[in-house]
Design a binder for this molecule. Structure first.
Ligand SMILES: [Fe+2]
Length: 403
């Protein structure tokens, strides 16, 4: 959908920071505008009661913004800026909508106008593209219940996403989830933006991601390939790193990055891995996290980590995760750990090493894929692992230690 140049002028008048001139001969061409399109529909990241990040990618360099508002109106406008400069002349957009009202439906629409060149300090604009009107709902400040679903080890089989979600993620036409977790190894190795869009972002926007957020934890296969170092540009992680914690409903989620599965000096990594140091750095952060009030006070604590420190073989990645994370997690009153990686689904009950249950999801072949569904209230957390043929292969009911 396109908006007129006049409408655009009216819109940016409110922003008041862009100078526009007619396109002139001999201007420096940045990119052709006759092919301007959105390479992905907008998708939500990092949704909280009072904020959300909207992301999308365009085919050419643009200036982009989001129009949004609670209820039926989209009277507010958000842009990304850094060091005082509004982000422009870029393709991958990561725009935070701040100061949202908790527990409210919001509408939004994204816009991108091509930047076809610069003439001195002046910007030359081209065509505009925009999305349809989309909507999402912010969680209330007191979110008593939460539902989520977890997929893992999709391994470049994007059809798995609609198949598992449509078969098992809905009750009627209503999604059973408030967000979706991809617990690592969505890809075999990551070579291009197109792969990222075709194999994760688009399958998600086609089903839910313009109104419901998802998160991708880093699996060992996300560490591989020529585009692996670009992955975080396409998602919004707190502090731009793969390990962090957040609250949704009664659950404190702790996301850890298990890194690669082999030693850093393995010939496959070409001397470009530092996962031992990285896991040790995470362990220092984890010590602080488990001592935090948010963690201690949460009715439930769930760990998301691609390679489980236990029951995942004896390669270096598993053993090093066990060494650096194991003792901290063992003392931390964890309620549940969710992992993937082995491709063999299993429920491992609490034992002396890990005094909390560990669920490992299956994949990536048909007949071995699983969807893990969690429904939590302040008192109980119901966990169900469903195989793709509808067989329930894991079932846990966990009571809150603290409500
Ligand atoms: Fe893996």
């Amino acid at each position: 959908m396109k908006t007129s140049r006049r409408a655009f002028l009216d819109k940016i008048a409110g922003i008041g920071v862009i100078s526009m001139v007619p396109a002139l001969a001999h201007s420096q061409e940045n990119n052709p505008t006759d092919t301007l399109k959105m390479l992905s529909q907008p998708y939500l990241q990092n949704l909280s009661s009072n904020g959300v990040t909207i992301m999308w990618t365009t085919s050419a360099n643009c200036f982009s913004w989001v129009e949004y508002g609670a209820g039926n109106y989209t009277s507010k406008r958000a842009v990304a800026y850094e060091n005082g400069l509004i982000q422009a002349n870029n393709r991958v957009n990561k725009i935070r909508l701040p100061d949202l009202t908790p527990g409210k439906a919001h509408k939004y629409r994204v816009f991108s106008i091509a930047i076809i060149g610069y003439q001195g300090s002046k910007v030359l604009f081209g065509e505009t593209v925009s999305s349809k009107m989309m909507s999402f709902t912010t969680p209330p400040l007191q979110e008593d219940e939460i539902g989520l679903v977890v997929l893992n080890d999709v391994h470049d089989r994007p059809q798995t996403i609609p198949q598992l979600l449509y078969r098992h993620g809905y009750t009627g036409s209503k999604p059973d989830f408030d967000f979706v977790v991809f617990n690592g190894d969505v890809f075999d190795w990551v070579s291009s933006e197109q792969q990222m869009i075709d194999h994760l972002i688009e399958p998600c926007t086609e089903i839910f991601a313009s109104s419901i957020p998802f998160l991708l934890t880093q699996g060992n296969h996300e560490c591989r390939g020529s585009f692996s170092r670009n992955i975080t540009q396409y998602y919004d992680y707190p502090e731009n790193r793969y390990y962090y914690a957040f609250d949704r409903g009664p659950i404190r989620f702790v996301v850890l990055d298990s890194g690669e599965d082999k030693t850093d000096d393995s010939v496959e990594y070409g001397g470009l891995s530092a996962f031992d140091r990285y896991r040790e750095e995470q362990a220092r952060w984890l010590e602080k996290e488990v001592a935090s009030t948010a963690f201690q006070q949460a009715p439930f604590r769930v760990v998301l980590i691609h390679i489980s420190p236990y029951h995942s073989g004896d390669w270096h990645g598993t053993l090093h995760c066990r060494k650096v994370f194991g003792p901290i997690l063992a003392k931390a009153k964890i309620d549940l750990q969710l992992s993937g990686h082995t491709h063999r689904y299993a429920v491992h009950q609490a034992d002396k090493d890990h005094p909390y249950p560990i669920i490992i999801g299956g994949g990536p072949l048909e007949g071995q894929r699983t969807l893990i569904k969690i429904q939590a209230s302040k008192k109980t957390m119901e966990v169900k692992m469903i195989r793709d043929d509808d067989e329930v292969v894991g079932l846990l009911s966990i009571s809150a230690k603290k409500a």
